[in-house]
Design a protein around this ligand. Sequence first.
Ligand SMILES: Nc1nc2c(ncn2[C@@H]2O[C@H](COP(=O)(O)OP(=O)(O)OP(=O)(O)O)[C@@H](O)[C@H]2O)c(=O)[nH]1
Ligand SMILES: [Mg+2]
Length: 503
Amino acid sequence: MDKLIESSIIKGMVFSAFDKLGPQPVYMFPQPFEVEELESMSQEEKERDLLAISLRDYTQIAIKNISLLIGDGAVYNKEVEVLKNYQYFGIIPFPDLKLTSLTFFHFFETETTEIPAASAFCILIDEKKRSFLYNNINRLKNIIIDFFSNFDKKLTKQIPQQKKVESDFRNLVKKIITIEKTPSTPISSQRKMKILFAGLDNSGKTSFLLSIDRKFSKLIGLSPTRGADVSSIEALGATIFIWDLGGQKIYHERYLNKAQIYLFEADLLFYFIDIRDKKRFEESIEYLKKMKLALADLEQNTPIIYILSKGDSDILESEEIKANIKNITSELIKLTPERAPEIFITSLFQIFSILRAFSSGIAKLSPNRDLVEHNLGEFSLATDASLILLLSSDGLVLAESFNSKALQITEMQNSEELLNVFEVVAPQFTMLFKIFSNFKATEKDEATFRVSDSIILFKKILVLNYDMYILFLLDDESKKESINQHVKEFLDRTQDLLIRYIS
Ligand SMILES: Nc1nc2c(ncn2[C@@H]2O[C@H](COP(=O)(O)OP(=O)(O)OP(=O)(O)O)[C@@H](O)[C@H]2O)c(=O)[nH]1
Ligand SMILES: [Mg+2]
């Protein structure tokens, strides 16, 4: 096993579970070293391709991981069925060990305990090579989920000894080595991201980008689109390249035939359909199908966000447009039967519709979003906050969590409307906060805004020298206290996940 691992990008693996004694490493590859052995080793020996760490280090990894999943333990108040459905991935740094892990968090059922047991499985690699994890994350996720859907069955009665399961893990490593041999992208250390804007000509791509540009001055200006127009923004600590693929027919073939250039490495695709132009729906769907095929050929699982553009409020209620929306939505559902397509209706005249669609997309770029949202949910349970948003320094919503009380206190109709409103105001609050803290030094790094009966609490947090913000919606000022008590613990727990939003 050690030889196999040594021949791969992996430095080690650990499967941890929560048992009577707390978080424990259960299976460790390679076996931990004795402390004395480690002390007598030279730095070079320690830094070879196989992990040289002690049981204590493995235990630290187990504790850090499991606590990300179970937080303060409130998750255990949830139904067993809910726990069984928790499956999260996270990319987690272990700077002391110079390692980064791809961790799979889930609960497995046992016959000896009433509630499922929390577990974390880590693939540990050299932190300098962590882009391998980002770049191949979808393939890695599939392999790991597949592995545990079988492996969990072996854990129900009692936990088998390591030597009994070694061959299972060996097969897993072999599969990872296959990915390594045919990587989605070459291994590099710089984190770069690529977002595609595609759709027929005149579908509103460039206008969409321009209106984001006006909002976030960091985006550079765009000119009319002949072929592909590439610009870049710095966001979340990474360089994000935006490819605006001019939609005139003469260009389609170029993009599709040279997919290795145009579609390659795309982290996200915004696909635009002009909601008024029913005559061209069919043509648009054809183009989309071809794009999807080209992405599949590249073995890329690029997430797609559908933008139904030009949904100006004056026409949105017309029968014709309603029918168009229905029609195109059902076409898109047909194309992605496995899960509901993400569709946004946008209009240049409602900037929030554009911001919301854009920030939903940006947030997807973090592999840790689900786990951060899970933790925000726990945080909101503990503090009784009705809504919590995590914001980047420019006010983009990176993660959100809310409960039904948020609808009551805002008297809004549905969660869609609620999120629209908050995602639009988030950048404005961020701006306000920055301005106020300049002329009236806000020592506590927080500001409170009163909106009729409810309170909006805005807090600046520092994550690895980057500012981020958290916005809370509360029905009662006294809850601020509880938030202040819990915020540190929340940050301690989630800091590492947040770092992976920005580096
Ligand atoms: N009413 C309305 N018009 C819009 C909206 N978005 C874009 N348009 C108009 O649609 C036209 C085409 O927009 P563009 O952004 O240039 O379209 P594009 O997708 O970039 O087109 P190509 O570069 O040729 O692929 C322009 O006249 C825009 O003003 C919208 O939300 N509402
Ligand atoms: Mg354009």
